[in-house]
Design a protein around this ligand. Structure first.
Ligand code: UD1
Length: 417
């Protein structure tokens, strides 16, 4: 099993081009199914979740090729509507193929994505919404069989919670459905806007992406398109965290500042200086950080749950107390135990984690349990004295493209063995 060996203490310094957003690329790869045509997606990250999505596309009969960071998908040959259990289990977000498969073929057969490292992740909002659009759904033995009863039609859907995945599945189904779909309390994440930008290039009629109400007028047909995926805001937060804990200085190139507006103030509170110019973010970090007091995860534009773990690593070495409240997922503190092994002082009670900053962390063996938790261990290890061995890096590789190579280029002492 591969692991990371990190010797902490080096400053993270230099400039980076940030990888494309995983959470944009995944629903977009699903959306390519709707066109029955060739699409070209630039800036696609080379990560294992994308490999899993490409495998699903090929299983469905599409041709999908990745060259450097460009994926070319030709979905004209699509000849299946099912995704087998082993492919579904590779990646929970494979459920985002549901809406597109139904819209393209009128049917879909998927397995429940299965247990998740973040606690229960039901898909009831996805299924209820599709039912409103004329899909009959049968759930038996872990399999979800969907069939369009008469026609796939538009509907007014009020989401009880702005679920990212449910919003995406509704959009994917609605663009080819008959009539108008209105999603109220839609998720507003930048990745939803990116998905809609791609779909509009394909000929879809979507209004209000990025707002709470999205209106979609179904069209008869879509064509392929060329699109460039937005930069990954969570990778940006992670690199900033790596820089902050080491008192470094970093230039993130080509970012979209508005996407990390809820994250930048936390770094400023720690005493870091953030300057943004021409789409580049310059971060200069002091030797000793101050705590940022409070981070509450919320749907976008609030502070993202995906950045909670890496910011917690920053808080572990910041002077003072920081309180985290995790409002999105039930079980998203699995990194706490491992950070504690490195010397962090963190107490958890239900949704709340209280971090008392310490002066020093000490390297030891730790084990990642999920993607962002894995990233938090990398952040902490860069600060820890001595050697940290991080196991479970398959989780890291789901979302970060060669993070150890990027960090080595930035001066860190980190290698994969
Ligand atoms: C997406 C992101 C993930 C991020 C999350 C929240 C992708 C591929 N993944 O996940 O990185 O952490 O948004 O920003 O884009 N829920 C239900 N029923 C449902 C759907 C969701 O109860 O049918 C609950 C979930 O259990 C969770 C909350 O809603 O507690 C948020 O989930 P959701 O926004 O759907 O996250 P994902 O789309 O799974």
């Amino acid at each position: 099993m591969a692991k990371l060996i990190v010797e902490g203490g080096n400053k993270v310094k230099g400039q980076v081009d940030v990888q494309g957003a995983k959470n944009s690329a995944l629903p977009m790869l699903s959306a390519t199914l709707l066109t029955g045509d060739e699409s070209v997606l630039h800036c696609c990250p080379q990560i294992s979740d994308i490999d899993a999505a490409i495998r699903i596309l090929r299983y469905l009969g599409c041709s999908a090729k990745m060259h450097n960071h460009t994926v070319v998908v030709d979905s004209s040959g699509m000849n299946r509507y099912d995704i087998p259990e082993n492919l579904m289990r590779k990646m929970r977000s494979s459920v985002v193929f549901l809406g597109a498969i139904i819209a393209r073929t009128g049917r879909a057969e998927l397995y429940f994505p299965g247990g998740c490292e973040l606690g229960p992740r039901p898909i009831d909002l996805h299924l209820d919404s599709l039912r409103k659009m004329g899909v009959s759904i049968d759930e038996r033995f872990g399999c979800i069989s969907c069939k369009v009863k008469d026609t796939l039609h538009g509907a007014k859907i009020v989401l009880p919670f702005p679920s990212v995945g449910a919003t995406e599945n509704i959009i994917l189904a609605a663009v080819l459905a008959k009539g108008t779909t209105i999603i109220a309390n839609a998720a507003r994440e930048p990745e939803i806007i990116d998905l809609c930008d791609y779909l509009v290039r394909c000929g879809a009629e979507i209004y209000g992406a990025g707002e709470s109400t999205i209106i979609i007028y179904g069209v008869e047909k879509l064509k392929g398109a060329v699109h460039t995926i937005i930069p990954d805001r969570i990778v940006e937060a992670t690199l900033m965290a790596c820089c902050a804990v080491t008192g470094g200085e970093i230039l993130l190139k080509g970012i979209i500042t508005s996407h990390i507006e809820s994250i930048i103030p936390l770094f400023e509170e720690t005493g870091c200086t953030v300057t943004i110019k021409d789409g580049n973010l310059h971060l200069v970090c002091p030797q000793r950080l101050k705590s940022f007091k409070y981070a509450r995860t919320m749907p976008y534009p609030g502070f993202p749950t995906d950045a909670q773990a890496v910011m917690m690593s920053v808080a572990t070495v910041a002077q003072g107390t920081t309180v985290f409240v995790e409002n999105i997922f039930e079980s998203r503190y699995r990194h706490v135990e491992e950070l504690t092994r490195l010397g962090a002082n963190i107490k958890v009670a239900n949704k709340v984690a209280v971090v008392e900053g310490v002066d020093r962390l000490f390297g030891t063996k730790v084990s990642a349990k999920e993607l962002r938790g894995a990233a938090s261990l990398v952040v902490a290890s860069l600060r820890a004295e001595g050697i940290t061995e991080i196991e479970g890096i398959k989780f890291l590789e789901r979302g970060y493209e060669n993070l150890e190579v990027t960090l080595t280029e930035l001066g860190a002492n980190i290698r994969k063995v």
